[in-house]
Design a protein around this ligand. Sequence first.
Ligand SMILES: [Zn+2]
Ligand SMILES: [Zn+2]
Length: 160
Amino acid sequence: MNTSELREKLDGRYKLTRQRELIFHILNSYASRHLSAKDIYEIVHEQYPEIGLPTVYRTLELFSTLAVVQKLDLGDGCQRYELYSLHHHHQICTACGKVIEIKGSLADTLDTAMNAMTDFSILDFRLYIYGYCKDCQSKRNHSSLPRSPDQNTTSRSNVI
Ligand SMILES: [Zn+2]
Ligand SMILES: [Zn+2]
């Protein structure tokens, strides 16, 4: 989304104030970071200390009403925001909180499958897939690995 598309969404009913433009730019430049209102506030605050957290919240609420942003619940009890885009889903690691976006061909496949399965005319949908990322899988496999008898013998002899 660019600034002229943002203007279109504001539709002459809302002014493109400096705060609004700034927050929009932050959402654009941290596109895959899934920022919370507080994250955005901290970035804004560095350059413009006069912009407070309530302004950030109000702007995000307006943006979400106008479908400029979408709210995300990634299961960590914190409301997050990203610029609205169709056909984009999320995988969330419940161990480390990493968020992996599902875009492109896998998202297209999901869309096609979803459309084929139902006679509901789907405009958009969001998938949140919870599990363990690659790093956390290998950590978990490692720690739950049963010890071989040999290792036990070695560690016992070490203790003695
Ligand atoms: Zn992880
Ligand atoms: Zn995302």
